[in-house]
Design a protein around this ligand. Structure first.
Ligand code: MG
Length: 281
């Protein structure tokens, strides 16, 4: 039902107004699945990747939403990393490493190819200011958000990662990541969840290039793909303009839940248009 405008961007309708709000209402009225990216979506982007965290308000709202709807988080972070940042919120599913780690049984030690990539990357990028190498079980992420000259840092990183064998490149916001060529994508992870839970409509919210696979995910029921952030070409069909608006979305989802299901929430907690602190990026 939403396919007609796929591939266009710029003037995507806002999720919390007009037809976006109506689509959210339809989602809330049926069997829904909600899935969220973490960095830049649930949590503000920050200069130090290891310091990202859920805001207190987001945590409270997400905990309530997760009691009202089946909720999943699909993150590029290692699963144990994002699990620690989410804490005790009762999610239906948590996928790390862009979907390569769907549960606790997933391998936590880096694969051998990942270990050799990380050694090469560390050797070549040592001394490059503001550049950090993060080793995950299913890939290596090279962050350059803190680099003074981001263009130069990006070029230096690309000159190495493009020589790695059997690697697939994921280019996100101030991060270049390499994963094994056959690694699942966030789209694969979301498709698996849709098959498992057979929702009537699935909401997916993300902010980065790797979320585009999820925006195009296939599976049972409809898909409501929402991109957070500045306009750029996307397969999403609705937009939120900045990360703090995710709180407004969570609040709207609580308001739209069937009254019998809805726990009391402070009505001044978060309304669309409320003043929010700006994200760190
Ligand atoms: Mg993100």
């Amino acid at each position: 039902m939403y396919d007609a405008r796929r591939g266009q961007d710029r003037r995507l309708p806002h999720l919390l107004r007009g037809e976006g709000r109506a689509a959210l209402g339809a989602l809330a009225a049926g069997r829904a699945l909600l899935a969220f990216d973490f960095d830049g979506t649930l949590a503000p982007l920050v200069d130090r990747h290891d310091r990202a965290r859920l805001g207190a308000r987001t945590r409270r709202l997400l905990a309530t939403v997760a009691r009202l709807y089946p909720c999943a988080v699909i993150s590029g972070r290692a699963r144990h990393d994002v699990a620690r940042r989410l804490g005790r919120i009762s999610l239906l599913a948590l996928a790390g490493s862009h979907g390569a780690e769907m549960d606790d049984r997933a391998q936590r030690m880096p694969r051998s190819s990942v270990r050799s990539w990380s050694l090469r990357l560390r050797r070549h990028l040592r001394g490059l200011p503001g550049v950090g190498v993060e080793v995950k079980p299913h890939g290596v992420a090279v962050h350059y958000r803190r680099a003074e000259d981001k263009g130069a840092a990006e070029l230096a990183i690309l000159s190495i990662v493009t020589t790695l064998e059997d690697a697939r490149l994921l280019h996100g916001s101030n991060v270049v990541e390499v994963v094994p060529i056959a690694s699942p994508t966030k789209g694969d992870a979301l498709a698996a969840l849709r098959v498992r839970f057979e929702p009537r409509v699935t909401l997916y919210v993300g902010d980065d290039v790797t979320d585009e696979d999820a925006f195009r995910s296939r599976g049972p029921g409809g898909l409501l793909p929402v991109r957070v952030g500045r306009p750029r070409p996307t397969a999403a069909l609705f937009r939120l303009d900045e990360q703090p608006e995710v709180d407004s979305l969570l609040f709207a989802l609580i308001e739209l839940a069937r009254p019998d299901d809805r726990p009391p929430v402070h009505t001044d907690e978060c309304r669309e248009g409320a003043t929010h602190e700006q994200p760190g990026d």
